[in-house]
Ligand binder design. Structure first.
Ligand code: NAD
Ligand code: MG
Length: 365
């Protein structure tokens, strides 16, 4: 992974539901390529009011001869709701969309999750294409077929597995992405390496500066490596019966941090960064891993411009209480993704809450 790379294609291999992930600059304008993934005469583009003014026109250029319309959300996680799925379905009805219609998701993970779920619901499932415009969506949410929305009772409580027909990751769209969102996406890149690929981790350590300044060839290679890793996991365990749960490294801690900060203190990727580090410290405490690994993870997160400490004002007991609510838990015991060092994550059940609390207290002190 050193030469100059301008484009990458990764295949997600799922039998007849297999699909390509195209990564490169200018792909939105490569219409012949993504148009081939549309089968019928109807398309609904779902986007939001931040992204649509920037990129919808370029997608529209490729849809000229079809019957299509757009459905735009207000910006933000609070709009990833069931009510808006209903509105998007109404938009498909208005369009007269048939079973061969296609939903196109143009935006970050919020748009992608809602659009994918809309596609899963219309006539019990129609095609959709992901056009991710955040780094997080390119390396994580657009690949793997998890779709859904939030309820007042919690995030992502309603959803379906529904794989896209293609993923069009035009990295040119990242030019307008705010720096903080970009770095939050890097956390999910680092996560992939930390879970299952020590060679990729070493490469990231060497490329940290280039990635931080968004060197294009390095970025394409990093996105491709993370997507390749995730695609492999998804191909082996599409519906999360086992291995796919490893992708949640740092997420139980991270979600608790996000929730405790009322989703305004930390972005998801920032919560995952701190959460991975806490998971590494807990692993160390349980004798599963060495301090040297924790320190390397900390160093890489820092180099990527990510937070590595719990923000001020957070309480250990409150965080533990939030961690108990995690979807991954079975009744009564904490089930966490921990690691045996770089590239070797593991699912660990029955983790003693006292150890979790000790790690949280140490991080807050
Ligand atoms: P997001 O979709 O809210 O996008 C972040 C911000 O960037 C938003 O304000 C958005 O309008 C803006 N934006 C998007 N593209 C832009 C661009 N090119 N230029 C300028 N601004 C742009 O957040 P996200 O981090 O992309 O995704 C988070 C969501 O993804 C969460 O809802 C999470 O649950 C979900 N998610 C899903 C999966 C999955 O497997 N389905 C995995 C990870 C995360
Ligand atoms: Mg995540």
């Amino acid at each position: 992974m050193t030469s100059n790379v301008a484009r990458e294609t990764i295949d997600v291999t799922l039998g007849e539901r297999s699909y390509p992930v195209w990564i490169g600059r200018g792909l939105l304008d490569d219409r012949a390529r993504w148009r081939a993934a549309l089968r019928g005469r109807h398309a609904l583009v779902i986007s939001n009011r931040t992204v649509a003014p920037l990129y919808l026109e370029r997608v529209a250029q490729g849809l000229g001869d079809l019957q299509w319309s757009s459905f735009l959300l207000e910006d933000g996680e609070t709009h990833k709701t069931f009510a808006h799925v209903g509105n998007a379905l109404e938009a498909l009805a208005m369009l007269g969309a048939t079973r061969d219609a296609c939903v196109i998701a143009l935006g970050g993970g919020v748009v992608g999750d809602l659009a994918g779920f809309t596609a899963a619901c219309w006539m019990r499932g129609i095609d959709f294409i992901q056009m991710p415009t955040t780094l997080l969506a390119m390396v994580d949410s657009s690949v793997g077929g998890k779709t859904g929305v939030n309820l007042p009772a919690g995030k992502n409580l309603v959803g379906a597995f529904h794989q896209p027909r293609a993923v069009v990751a035009d990295i040119g769209t990242l030019d307008s992405l705010p720096e903080r969102e970009y770095r939050a996406g890097l956390a999910e890149v680092i996560k992939g390496a930390a879970i299952g690929d020590a060679v990729f981790f070493e490469w990231l350590e060497r490329q940290a500066q280039a990635l931080a300044r968004r060197d294009e060839s390095t970025l394409i290679q990093a996105i491709a490596a993370k997507v390749r890793y995730k695609a492999g996991v998804v191909a082996r365990d599409e519906t999360e019966q086992g291995e796919r749960a490893l992708l949640n490294l740092g997420h139980t801690f991270g979600h608790a941090l996000e929730t405790a900060g009322r989703y305004t203190t930390l972005l998801h990727g920032e919560g995952v960064a701190v959460g991975m580090l806490l998971a590494a410290r807990l692993s160390e405490r349980l004798g599963m891993s060495a301090q040297a690994d924790t320190l390397r993870l900390q160093g890489l997160l820092k180099a990527a411009g990510l937070p590595t400490g719990v923000p001020p004002g957070f309480e250990a007991e409150r965080l533990l209480a939030l961690m108990r609510l995690d979807k991954k838990n079975t009744a009564g015991a904490l089930r966490l993704i921990l690691w045996r060092g770089i590239g070797r994550a593991e699912i660990v059940s029955g983790v003693d809450e006292a150890d979790v609390l000790a790690v949280l207290r140490e991080a807050i002190a």
